[in-house]
Write a protein that binds this ligand. Structure first.
Ligand code: CA
Ligand code: CA
Length: 296
């Protein structure tokens, strides 16, 4: 199996079938994605405030990757083999934005060193928890900004997408059009300021093709969990979407009736927030999580 490298210059701000591929690969190949932070490397000091729109766009993904043989109705299984972080990233507050917009009266930026898996926030230290914010394929029809999530994946901001995770994505267009970006050195559920610990990185991902997979939405698999996803303008709708996917998964894999699966969910499945920075203003993303001890 071959390996390929995409540089930080090969970025897109949309997952869009009309964008020419950055690379063509065979199923089973590994791609090294050099990813930019959410502000395309423009935040270099605490004086660089997020008080103006980025001239080219925000939240880039590296790609798109054209997978030979991938056709609508297939699925990709993307295994995150490693996430190597840059030496520092940034956190920020945007005036009047985020979950606590009513208290965010000032812009602020903090450059945050990350050394040997440890985040240095002033004198405070805590473990890095590297994760992939954006991973998705090109949707059928019009492209979608890498700021948004949908059935194609995209800006899911799901902490379970990390080293060792396998992300199953629908293929909606020929070649799939995979993109990966928006790596966080750490992010709390909710990403409440709108901004995780945004950082440049290099992500190694093996890309397998599952012919005729027929999956409609992203599904994340770790060594210990199955994770379904949801998104929407409303937190309740987004939670319902992730739960709806999970009840289908439980029914299919455990051969349960709807009522049995629904009861089991109420006892053994966690429905959680991924991103909830400005409910009502910006789409919410969610997940439902079940242990593989229960669902092999
Ligand atoms: Ca994000
Ligand atoms: Ca981000």
């Amino acid at each position: 199996m071959a390996s390929h490298r995409l540089s930080r210059q090969q970025i897109v701000y949309r997952l869009d079938q009309s964008i020419p591929p950055a690379v063509e690969i065979d199923p089973g190949d590994t791609v090294y994605f050099e990813t930019y932070d959410a502000r395309t490397g423009s935040i270099l000091s605490d004086d660089d405030l997020l008080d103006h729109p980025h001239p080219v766009g925000s939240n880039p993904a590296t790609g798109p990757v054209f997978v030979r043989g991938a056709e609508p109705g297939d699925g990709l299984c993307v295994t995150i083999e490693s996430i190597d972080l840059a030496e520092s990233g940034f956190l920020a507050v945007k005036k009047g934005e985020g979950l606590l917009a009513h208290r965010a009266d000032h812009f602020a930026t903090r450059i945050v060193p990350v050394n040997d898996g440890v985040v240095h926030f002033g004198d405070l230290r805590f473990p890095a928890n590297p994760m992939v914010g954006v991973i998705g394929t090109a949707p059928a029809g019009d492209g979608i900004s890498t700021s948004f999530a949908g059935p194609h994946g995209g800006n899911m901001d799901n902490r379970f997408i990390t080293q060792g995770s396998r992300v199953h994505l629908p293929v909606e267009v020929e070649g799939a059009g995979l993109g990966i970006g928006d790596i966080h050195a750490a992010m709390g559920d909710g990403e409440i300021t709108f901004i995780g610990l945004e950082i440049c990185a290099e992500v190694a991902a093996r890309v397998d093709l599952v012919k005729g997979a027929g999956i409609r939405r992203p599904l994340v698999e770790t060594d210990h969990h199955w994770v379904t996803t949801g998104e929407g303008d409303d937190l309740g709708d987004a939670a319902r979407m992730a739960a709806n996917e999970m009840v289908d998964l439980l029914q299919a894999r455990l051969e349960l009736s709807f009522e049995e699966a629904y009861m089991l969910m109420s006892a053994a499945v966690d429905v959680q927030i991924c991103q909830c920075c400005e409910p009502g203003e910006f789409p919410v993303t969610t997940r439902a999580v079940v242990s593989r001890d229960l669902v092999p």
